[in-house]
Ligand binder design. Structure first.
Ligand SMILES: Cc1cc2nc3c(=O)[nH]c(=O)nc-3n(C[C@H](O)[C@H](O)[C@H](O)COP(=O)(O)O)c2cc1C
Length: 158
């Protein structure tokens, strides 16, 4: 199956996960770039506020056409229990081009299930698989194992 992983990351966790999934699925990768300043205390507060308000944002870096792929894997950190403005903008802009989807998020451990459901709802699709990766999974070396579980779930439900 020809697959594309599309993700946004602020501090690199989602990117590490996306790269592992891409390797395991032999998939292409597209990183959504949000050029707004998201670091520092004001960047952090504004990020949370914009996620809560379901804001869209400017996005850059999109190189692949999702309609060229049988499977699209969407990944984002969770901000204030919601998807990031960057992922929300990507989905809003391109969702008519999606075929099957799978979704993952990186999270500290608050509100993930609700956030994954809201991504599926915005895409208006039932995902073949969904997975939460917690920040502590990196410390405990669980990430590779969870990627394998996620990829197996994708393959068996595709
Ligand atoms: C503005 C902001 C809000 C956040 N809100 C949540 C939250 O509601 N629940 C949660 O579990 N983690 C929350 N986090 C933590 C991130 O989702 C988590 O650290 C994630 O792994 C970061 O991914 P990244 O390195 O790809 O940017 C928040 C982080 C930021 C910056």
């Amino acid at each position: 199956m020809k697959s594309l992983i599309v993700f946004y990351t602020r501090t690199g966790n989602t990117k590490k996960i996306a790269e592992l999934i891409a390797k395991s699925l032999n998939a292409d990768l597209d990183e959504i770039i949000d050029p707004k300043k998201r670091l520092g205390i004001f960047g952090f507060l504004k990020a949370g506020y914009e996620a809560t308000m379901k804001k869209l944002t400017e996005i850059k870096g999109i190189e692949k056409d999702p309609s060229d792929y049988k499977l699209l894997v969407l990944g984002s950190p969770i901000w204030n229990k919601r998807m990031t403005p960057a992922l929300r903008t990507y989905i809003t802009r391109y969702k008519e081009k999606f075929s099957k989807i799978a979704i993952f998020c990186s999270a500290g451990g608050r509100g993930e299930e609700q956030m994954l459901d809201s991504i599926a709802e915005l895409c208006n699709k039932k995902p073949v698989a969904m997975k939460v990766f917690l920040d502590k999974d990196f410390e405990q070396n669980f990430v590779e194992n969870k990627v394998e579980q996620f990829v197996n779930a994708i393959k068996s439900n595709f």
